[in-house]
Design a protein around this ligand. Structure first.
Ligand SMILES: [Zn+2]
Length: 183
C-alpha cells in the first residue's frame, strides 16, 4: 500500500532545477492537503524549467465510487510533461521516433503544421517533422487522442496514462522490442 510514487522520467535530472517544484508539490500535498494530481499540476505544472528538464511520473491511488455504491481503490499512473518541438520532444515525448527509419527524436526536426491554435485549443495544432537520418518527412500529424491537456492555457503542458500501450507507442514511431527482434 502507498499514497503515491513520484519519479522523474527524463534522461537526467538537475537537482537545482527540480527542487523548488518538488518542495512545492510536497507542501501542496502535506500542508495544504490538495488532491494529489492537482498538487502536481500546481507545482511541476507551473514550473516550466522543472518540467522542461524532466517529465514527472506519478502513481497515485484514489477511491472511486462504484455503481453498487461501494468505494474501490484504483491506482492511476500518469506522466506530466512539457511539449517542446524545438528540443525534439513533441508532447514531451523524447522517445518519439521516425516512422520510416526509427531514428530517435533528437535526429529529427519538428515544427507546428498548418493553423496554430492557442489557449485551450492548442492541442489541435498539428505538427510536421523531417528526419535528418533518412530524409523522410511527415505532415499534418495530429495530437494522439491519449495525450491530454493540463491546464487551460497554451503552456505546452500535457499528461498521459503510463505506460503507453504498444498501439500508442506505434503511433509515435516506436515499435516494441519484441516485434523488432526476429526469432
Ligand atoms: Zn528517418
Amino acid at each position: 500500500m502507498f499514497d503515491f510514487i513520484l519519479c522523474f522520467a527524463g534522461a537526467s535530472t538537475l537537482d537545482s532545477v527540480v527542487t523548488p517544484a518538488l518542495t512545492r508539490f510536497v507542501e501542496n500535498v502535506f500542508v495544504y492537503d490538495m488532491d494529489i494530481w492537482t498538487a502536481l499540476e500546481q507545482s511541476f505544472g507551473e514550473d516550466r524549467h522543472a518540467l522542461n528538464s524532466s517529465p514527472v511520473m506519478l502513481s497515485f491511488a484514489v477511491f472511486e465510487r462504484q455503481p453498487d455504491g461501494t468505494r474501490r481503490r484504483i491506482v492511476h499512473t500518469r506522466v506530466l510533461a512539457l511539449s517542446n518541438l524545438r528540443d525534439a520532444r513533441p508532447w514531451g515525448l523524447h522517445i518519439y521516433q521516425c516512422h520510416t527509419c526509427r531514428a530517435p527524436a533528437h535526429n529529427m526536426i519538428f515544427h507546428p503544421d498548418g493553423h496554430q491554435f492557442v489557449g485551450a485549443k492548442w492541442l489541435q495544432t498539428k505538427i510536421r517533422y523531417k528526419c535528418l537520418a533518412c530524409g523522410a518527412s511527415r505532415r499534418s500529424i495530429s495530437t494522439p487522442p491519449w495525450v491530454h491537456r493540463s491546464g487551460e492555457e497554451n503552456f505546452g503542458r500535457v499528461w498521459y496514462a503510463w505506460p503507453l500501450s504498444s498501439d500508442e507507442l506505434k503511433e509515435i514511431g516506436v515499435v516494441s522490442v519484441v516485434e523488432d527482434k526476429p526469432k
